[in-house]
Design a protein around this ligand. Structure first.
Ligand code: HEM
Length: 119
């Protein structure tokens, strides 16, 4: 902050470094209803929802590797889906991070079996 300010009633001193907690945005019930449910179709039901998803940050200090990461995710995930069927080993855990207060949220461990698709 360049000067002393008050945001939502919270005094912030000049010189303080502010950062957005992206995970809070992505688990906001007003935007992502029942956010612990894995429901990718929510993005098909609401065309504007994707604009609310900002995993790479935004602005001057946003992720430098975003294009690379998107290309890798597209290629890796796409090829895995083409070549394998997936099934869970045991019951799937609830979507809930074991590190709720950490800067980086980690998903619970989860074993998945990859079954090669017959060509
Ligand atoms: C799924 C993969 C990735 C995600 C979700 C991700 C997410 C992020 C986020 C949220 C930030 C902080 C943005 C901010 O402070 O507002 C960041 C910063 C950064 N990321 Fe990534 N990232 C990914 C992959 C990568 C890759 C593959 C690279 C490099 C090859 C990379 C390089 C960087 C760098 C250098 C910064 C710091 C940018 C700065 O402070 O100016 N990231 N990333």
């Amino acid at each position: 902050m360049e000067e002393d300010s008050i945001i939502e009633g919270q005094p912030i001193s000049a010189g303080a470094v502010l950062t957005t907690q992206l995970a809070m945005l992505h688990t906001d019930e007003k935007t992502f209803k029942n956010h612990t449910e894995f429901r990718p179709e929510r993005f098909l039901e609401n065309n504007n929802l994707e604009k609310r998803l900002i995993p790479f940050g935004i602005g001057k200090r946003s992720c430098l590797g975003e294009s690379l990461a998107r290309a890798e995710l597209y290629l890796i995930t796409g090829n895995m889906i083409l070549d394998f069927d997936f099934e869970s080993v045991g019951a799937a855990p609830r979507i809930q991070t074991p590190t709720p207060f950490a800067l980086m949220k980690r998903p619970p461990s989860y074993d998945i079996r990859f079954i090669p698709r017959s060509k």
